[in-house]
Design a protein around this ligand. Structure first.
Ligand code: MF3
Ligand code: CO
Length: 253
């Protein structure tokens, strides 16, 4: 069942989403070559706590950290630890928080210093595919209009979309109905309605869409070890169209 949220509830989800967005913005200013991903985790933990929220990930099905840090060939669910960021890496930071009973979830992939042309293109296309998906999050559309817009954007640039992980409804739980694949046939799936809140999250790979899970049971990497990027927003479907609740106040380049 897909929940329809009142304005008052959406405002509470938005409050959680703002903390997520601000944490991402804060970490963006901290990311640099030479630092360990564990440092990002503890910075996020402190920041989220200061804002009166808690990580939605820590302890979720036994997940051991506050955020996910997925470097290069890691698709999602990279666990922060001793791994050191190097110039030329790309790192996806995924953050979810619970605040006042409501959840927000977003992710963004950042460059570490100068990155390759291929990596730049992958980041740009993955972010664009997220926005193509979001444009379709409106009453009058169907769920797979989102999926198909994401897929088309990624594939026309020669990249592939991950099948094993999907976006999701979000609100009083981190994962609610519906599941939102990043591939599919336009015009199919449930009708979208005003009041739905969706976390749309394309994961786009430079090579094969196939992934495998490492021995830690979490880290998902590309089968061919080529690059992968991940962008995610929590989006509210209003009568007049999509409203991004996790708006990043991106620093100027
Ligand atoms: N944004 C991801 C998701 O929607 C992150 C979940 S990480 C986990 O599934 F640790 F909480 F599982
Ligand atoms: Co999510």
């Amino acid at each position: 069942m897909i929940m329809l949220r009142s304005r008052a509830e959406v405002e509470k989800i938005e409050a959680a989403c703002m903390i997520v967005a601000d944490t991402l913005g804060f970490l963006e200013t901290k990311i640099k070559a030479g630092m360990a991903t564990a440092e990002l985790d503890s910075l996020a933990e402190g920041y989220i706590k200061e804002r009166g929220a808690v990580s939605a990930f820590k302890g979720y099905k036994g997940y051991p950290a506050n955020i996910c840090t997925s470097i290069n060939e890691t698709v999602v669910h990279g666990i922060p630890g001793k791994q050191i960021l190097k110039e030329g890496d790309i790192i996806a930071v995924d953050i979810g928080v619970k605040f006042n009973g409501y959840f927000g979830d977003a992710a963004m992939t950042f460059p570490v210093g100068g990155i390759s042309e291929e990596a730049k293109k992958l980041l740009a296309v993955t972010e664009e595919s997220l926005y193509r998906g979001i444009e379709n999050a409106r009453p009058d559309k169907r769920l797979c209009d989102i999926s198909s817009a994401v897929q088309e954007c990624a594939e026309k640039s020669g990249f592939s979309v991950v099948r094993e992980f999907v976006g999701h409804g979000i609100g009083t739980k981190m994962h609610e109905d519906p599941q939102i694949p990043n591939f599919g046939v336009a015009g199919t799936g449930p009708r979208l309605k005003a009041g739905m809140v969706l976390a749309i999250e394309p994961m786009v790979n430079a090579g094969t869409y196939r992934v495998e899970i490492l021995e830690d049971g979490w880290t998902a990497v590309t089968k061919d070890r080529k690059l992968s990027a991940h962008f995610e927003h929590t989006v509210y479907i209003s009568d007049s169209g999509p409203e991004i609740l996790t708006k990043w106040r991106k620093k100027k380049q």
